[in-house]
Design a protein around this ligand. Sequence first.
Ligand SMILES: [Zn+2]
Length: 414
Amino acid sequence: MPQTCSPQFDARLRQMLTRIVAVLVMLLSFAPFSVSASELLVAHSYKMAGDTSRMRLVVHFDKEPDLRWFLLRDPHRLAIEMPEAEFRFDAEELTARSMVTGVYYGNTGPGTSRLILSFDGPFAVERVEILQNESEPGYRMVADIGAASEEAFQTAMAEQVATTGATAAAKGDRLVKQAVRQTRPFRVVIDPGHGGIDTGAAGVSGTQEKTITLAFALELKKRLEDVGGLDVFLTRDRDLFLRLDERVKIARQNEADLFISIHADSIRQKSVRGATVYTVSDKASDPEAAAKAIRENLADEIAGVVVEEENEEVADILVDLIRRETQGFSIRFARSLVEELKGAIAMIPTNPHRFAGFRVLRAPDVPSVLLELGYLSNPDDEALLRDPEWRAKAANGIASAIGYFAAARQGAGG
Ligand SMILES: [Zn+2]
């Protein structure tokens, strides 16, 4: 037999070679790009908590995740992009709560997955951090999110478009932005305490606290608008129930420079009378202030609203810094308010500036005070609270304190 290949053998050899090449191509194209289930990033233990003004999101990972986040609008959403992941979330933890209306997750293309949260309104991402677990293997992402104005959301969106990769501005930038506010009128949000089903305290001759606080707030707003140079907002302008966190949210959404919650309390000792100014503090100035905060914080429960546990134990250094600075401004305003009111109306004889854990004063970035105009449980105070002339004097005192505070804040460039 001559040593030449027959046409049949040649064809068979070519067929075999083609098959081998095909298998090789298959192996080459699949092996390096396919991610076996064991290599996938595992996202687990999803948790979110907070109220309608602030929340925290925590997601655990089996290994250090490479995350990127960005904002989406219509509706307002936060998207967190990560390498292809296997999501082991407990469905119950994903149900809408706090500011979140929906949670979505899954694969979004070769090698990538996304976790998307939709919100009930504009928000600001205060921090996103990846931390290594201390007591167990793995990592966790911690994100703190607060309600914000539409303007702030749009600005953040514009910035993410401007920076490549759609990642957020560094923390330092946010601090700078906090300090350099745009030149616009000083903004005051007045919060008439209680409302709707929550009537607040009752006066000796039947006056309801919610009615007094609203009437006073409307008069104060008018007084401040007459003075001019200020933007004045109300949390409510009618007989409406608002949760405490909704009041905080309104202040933040309006980018308030000052928040004043108006009240007129009632206590058993009918002889006690006069106005008191309160600021927030974890430690109360005295037992009466502590009891007062407990009474005011009950507003939500009175209306049958379930209040979720706030998780405040883990504080971000940045938020902490802002909170401490805000606290200083709240105290400064409270002192000046006491001074101005002293000349206009009667203050409670001892310590007219007190502090306790009022939930309505918890905005981390808005100086906030709670003003107790007087005691509805005292017949003389109740009569004064119903007297338009007395109320005008009180409004004048508050207006001048706000005027000094606004001038000092704006003079300082922020
Ligand atoms: Zn009250």
